[in-house]
Each structure stands twice: as structure tokens, then as C-alpha cells.
Design a protein around this ligand. Structure first.
Ligand SMILES: C[S@@+](CC[C@H](N)C(=O)[O-])C[C@H]1O[C@@H](n2cnc3c(N)ncnc32)[C@H](O)[C@@H]1O
Length: 276
């Protein structure tokens, strides 16, 4: 990967999030125009932070790629004992986050590939569709190493990112029923599990939420969005012959009651513990 390539990829990302900042300002829809996905992401991060094993000795929480600060603004109300840091690459989104003036929250400009924090500064890290904005695997690996470096030993990370298996399964289901494939967004590179899992396993243990005190694996389920994606992007467009991106209809909302079934969502959640 050349430095020219990195600069132009960075420009793609900056430009995309500048448009998001201008269009959505401090809204929940900033960077996520599907409100059910946003709701379910916030719910799973809440469930993660409430896991009994995670609440013990945890105080310092870092969100990598905190965008306009919407998610942190909700979490900081629900978790008054935690100190939150939000870090983001986009000055435009960061400015909106800072204007929220949240106590116990610090927002900083930064780059996931080269974090400015000291080793082992945080007890907990989470990401919400951030590392897929690094448009090659080398830089994604670099970001994973950096998150590992700034997390304390035994600390936990919830890695909510997009993966090719769910994306391909969804398109296969659509194609079987005569619907076109949904293209991968131009500003994203989804993770391939064949590369991701061996690499991440060197740095982190992949953890079952039940071993951390969850009542069931559904509380922090890897495929927490699978049923929603299948309903919103296969069943709904099939029945209506409509736009696959019309997501928040009553039909789709009705089926949010389903537990996670299958692996039909690109966006998935890995629960990880730093080794050592
Ligand atoms: C899909 S948005 C999600 C934002 C936020 N987590 C949310 O859910 O609203 C991805 C975020 O990652 C940020 N980002 C992209 N590349 C980054 C990098 N190299 N370092 C830090 N943040 C980055 C973007 O600016 C953007 O705010």
C-alpha cells in the first residue's frame, strides 16, 4: 500500500463524513440511516457494559470512531460511574460531538491506526462500524494492534464491524428470490473471517457472553442484526417490490421481535478479551 493510496482513501472517508455531518448534524441517523440498526447497536453496547464481569473494576471506556457522539450521549446517562472518551478522525463530526458538552466525556481528534493514548489506558473499548473505513487489510490490522495496545490486560472490547459472510449470505438470499445484490458501500472494506479470526486470536480471546454472566447469548449475540437484515432487505422488498433501503416500515418493525436467526447481516459483534 503506497502513501498516495492512503491519502486518497483518507480523502474518501473525510469527504463522506463531512457530508454526513452536514446532512444529519447531531441526529441518531448520522452515519446510520436505518433507525432499527442504530437502536439494536445501542442496545447491544448497553448489554455489553452491563455484563457482571465487565462492570467489575471497569471505569475508563473508549469509543473508537465516535462520530457525532450520539451513542456516547446515551451511554453516559445510563452509566454514571464510567468515564467516556470518544475519538474520531472527522473534524466535522467531532465538532458536533463536542458541542454536546457532556460531563465525564472527552472527545478527541485521532486516528485508529496510530492512537495517541498510552499503553493500557482503557478498561473497555468498543467500535461501531469504524474500522471498516480503513480500506485495506494492513491498516485494519494496524488499528487492531493499536486497540490491543491501549486496552489494559484482561480488558474487554466489543467490535461491531461488518463481515463478508453475512453480506454474501444476504445477497445469496436476495438473488434466489430474484432480487439484485446490494453493493458494498464505496467507503467500506468488510472483514473476511478467514483472515480476521486467526489474526485477532493472537491478540484477544473471543469470548462467550454467558461466561461473563449474561443470562443468554442473545444479550450480546454475534449475529444480533441477522433477523432484521433478512426482514428489511429480503422479505420486505420481495413482498413490496420496493426499495431495499426502505427500512422502518410497520412490517419491518413487527419482525424486530424475532431473536437473531442465521447469519444474514454484514454488521456483527465480536466480544473480545485482551490476552495476557
Ligand atoms: C460509520 S461511522 C460511526 C460513527 C459512530 N460510531 C456512530 O455509530 O455514530 C464511522 C466513524 O469512524 C470514523 N473514522 C473513520 N476512519 C477513522 C480512523 N482512521 N480513525 C478514527 N476514526 C475513524 C469516521 O469519521 C466516522 O465517524
Amino acid at each position: 500500500m503506497s502513501s498516495v493510496e492512503t491519502v486518497s482513501n483518507d480523502e474518501i472517508i473525510r469527504k463522506h463524513y463531512k457530508t454526513m455531518a452536514e446532512k444529519h448534524k447531531d441526529s441518531a441517523l448520522s452515519t446510520m440511516e436505518d433507525p432499527i440498526i442504530r437502536e439494536k447497536e445501542v442496545e447491544i453496547i448497553n448489554n455489553f457494559l452491563r455484563l457482571p464481569a465487565i462492570q467489575q473494576n471497569s471505569k475508563e471506556v473508549l469509543e473508537i470512531g465516535s462520530g457525532n457522539g450520539y451513542t456516547i450521549s446515551l451511554l453516559h446517562k445510563s452509566f454514571p460511574d464510567y468515564q467516556f472518551t470518544g475519538m474520531d478522525f472527522s473534524d466535522d463530526l467531532l465538532q458536533i460531538a463536542k458541542e454536546r458538552n457532556l460531563d465525564r466525556v472527552v472527545f478527541e481528534q485521532g486516528d485508529a491506526r496510530n492512537l495517541r493514548f498510552d499503553n493500557e489506558s482503557f478498561d473497555i473499548i468498543y467500535t461501531e462500524r469504524c474500522i471498516i473505513n480503513l480500506l485495506n487489510w494492513e491498516e485494519q490490522q494496524q488499528a487492531l494492534k493499536e486497540m490491543h495496545r491501549v486496552l489494559r490486560k484482561g480488558g474487554y472490547m466489543l467490535f461491531i464491524e461488518a463481515f463478508t459472510d453475512g453480506y454474501q449470505n444476504l445477497n445469496k438470499a436476495r438473488n434466489e428470490l430474484g432480487l439484485d445484490s446490494i453493493p458494498m458501500p464505496h467507503h467500506n472494506l468488510f472483514f473476511e473471517k478467514e483472515k480476521f479470526e486467526p489474526f485477532v486470536s493472537e491478540l484477544f480471546e473471543i469470548v462467550d457472553p454467558v461466561s461473563l454472566g449474561a443470562a443468554s447469548e442473545n444479550e450480546v449475540h454475534r449475529n444480533f442484526l441477522s433477523s432484521h437484515f433478512f426482514t428489511a432487505r429480503v422479505l420486505h422488498p420481495l413482498l413490496t417490490k420496493g426499495d431495499p433501503f426502505m427500512k422502518n416500515t410497520e412490517f419491518v418493525k413487527f419482525f424486530t421481535i424475532l431473536p437473531p436467526i442465521g447469519c444474514y447481516a454484514s454488521i456483527q459483534a465480536y466480544l473480545l478479551r485482551k490476552r495476557g
